[in-house]
Design a protein around this ligand. Structure first.
Ligand SMILES: Cc1cc2nc3c(=O)[nH]c(=O)nc-3n(C[C@H](O)[C@H](O)[C@H](O)COP(=O)(O)OP(=O)(O)OC[C@H]3O[C@@H](n4cnc5c(N)ncnc54)[C@H](O)[C@@H]3O)c2cc1C
Length: 423
């Protein structure tokens, strides 16, 4: 067995010459990796497999990096020896436009993929403002407004090539949408934060780009009002494609509903939606400035992700108001109100990054979690905050998750400690 300090020659050999020493710019959560590998070229999947075989044999801890936009999500890894960059796995393998399916290298940038697809009038149904790589999107299960109409990221994944922690290459699913056979690794890895395997290729279901779109916005007066509006939209015949809430801690709250389709249909549905939403509702053919923009750490400080039963939106928002009053911080809220996922920002400009305040907000919201039927996790936060608080909180099904990790990565090669329960 080699040691961490002399692994470079083996990593160079495994990666086909694409390994180097790491530096401060490669740090993940303050941990500077001794090595960075960046496999590329037509045999990149095999190179990833050889790198992981080396890591597995030598006990090296590996963190996968796509574009690096969400590397700070989840708990900080306990150890870091190798950053494995996927940017070289950016091949557009096949766009089967007639089947509405694309097969792509996991390192392909989302903006590049969307451009590839646009020529055929198709798209991957995630919000256009998303940055990052296809693999990062799947591994973080990060959905935007389109989730209401098009489903969550895991429903868009129909097949994947995955390199397991021991370097074995596994393929599951395929490029047909109706695929029910076997163990669905692509779906299992959705939201796994790089802890279960390395996605090298992904087959994705596509949607046609809508011919027309409209937004209907309405001011929101209170938590109960927000909830009544969302329930009205969910149960109406207009079939909204997205419904997003923006509720700054200080300022006016707004609900915006998007309708997609053919032009005459959209116009009629937008009018029906405006009537449904009531006083102050306005129809526009452009999105509100905040649409599809996640609360980011730079402007909104520490961000939390709250999931809840859509029918319990008012309970969650009231819990946010109570936490805000108790801690003395304005809390910003934005996200897919009708789906049941909202981001809570603890205030930008240097506020809200005190670990004690974050812990107090978390305790208040988690204390109400049974009543809103969900959970609250820390998403974006400085490493000092993530080291001081329980990032994931209580999670149902932890024993099952541990068994899956034990099966796929028994020695803890992949981002050890990042996931729920220290997985
Ligand atoms: C170790 C491990 C084991 C897994 N085992 C299974 C399995 O047995 N069956 C299966 O279908 N999928 C499994 N998954 C995949 C996981 O369930 C997917 O992440 C999930 O399907 C993604 O859901 P989502 O798209 O709604 O993501 P989101 O709701 O956006 O969640 C993102 C991630 O946060 C996680 N999370 C952790 N703690 C919380 C919390 N307190 N509240 C809410 N979310 C939390 C989710 O599981 C998910 O990984 C596993 C993942 C891992 C890493």
């Amino acid at each position: 067995m080699t040691t961490v300090t002399d692994a470079l020659p083996r990593l160079l050999e495994a990666s086909g010459g694409h390994a180097r020493e790491g530096g401060v710019a490669d740090a993940v959560d303050g941990l500077v990796p001794p090595y960075v590998v960046a496999p590329t070229g037509p045999r990149a999947t095999e190179a990833v497999a050889a790198v992981l075989r080396t890591a597995h044999a030598d006990g090296l801890a590996v963190v996968v990096r796509g574009a690096g936009t969400k590397l700070g999500w989840g708990a900080p890894p306990r150890r870091l020896d190798v950053v494995l960059e996927t940017g070289g796995l950016d091949e557009l393998v096949e766009h089967a436009a007639g089947d509405l399916v694309v097969v792509t290298g996991a390192g392909r940038r989302l903006e590049d993929l969307q451009r590839d697809l646009a020529g055929a009038g198709q798209c991957l149904a995630v919000d256009p403002a998303r940055q990052g790589t296809v693999g990062g999107l799947v591994a973080s299960a990060d959905a935007g407004p389109a989730r209401l109409g098009r489903g969550p990221v895991r429903d868009l994944v129909i097949g994947a090539t995955v390199v397991r922690a021991d370097g074995v290459v596994a393929r599951s699913g395929g490029k047909v949408v109706k695929n029910v056979a076997g163990y669905d690794l692509g779906k299992l890895l959705t939201g796994s934060f790089g802890t279960l395997g390395v996605l090298t290729r992904v087959a994705l279901r596509l949607h046609p780009v809508a011919e027309a779109g409209a937004w209907v916005t309405v001011p929101v007066a209170s938590a109960r009002h927000a909830s009544a509006l969302v329930q009205g939209v969910l149960h109406a015949q207009v079939v909204a494609d997205a419904a997003e809430l923006d509720r700054p801690g200080e300022g006016r709250a707004q609900l915006a509903v998007r309708l997609d389709g053919i032009a005459p249909g959209v116009a009629a549905r937008a009018e029906q939606t405006a009537a449904l939403l009531g006083t102050g509702a306005q129809v526009s053919d452009t999105a509100p400035a905040w649409w599809g923009r996640d609360l980011d750490a730079a402007a909104h400080g520490v961000t939390l992700k709250a999931s809840y039963e859509p029918a319990s939106l008012a309970v969650l928002l009231e819990a946010v108001d109570d936490a805000s009053a108790a801690v003395g911080l304005p809390l910003d809220v934005r996200g897919s109100a009708a789906v049941g996922t909202l981001t809570v920002g603890l205030g930008g400009s240097g506020h809200g990054s005190d670990p004690a305040q974050v812990a107090a907000v978390l305790a208040a919201l988690r204390g109400a979690a049974d009543r809103f039927g969900g959970a609250v996790v820390v998403r974006d936060a400085p490493a000092a905050v993530r080291a001081a608080v329980d990032v994931w909180g209580p999670v149902r099904g932890l024993d099952l998750m541990r068994r899956v990790k034990e099966r796929l990565d028994p020695t803890g090669v992949l981002a050890p400690g990042r996931f729920v329960g220290g997985i």
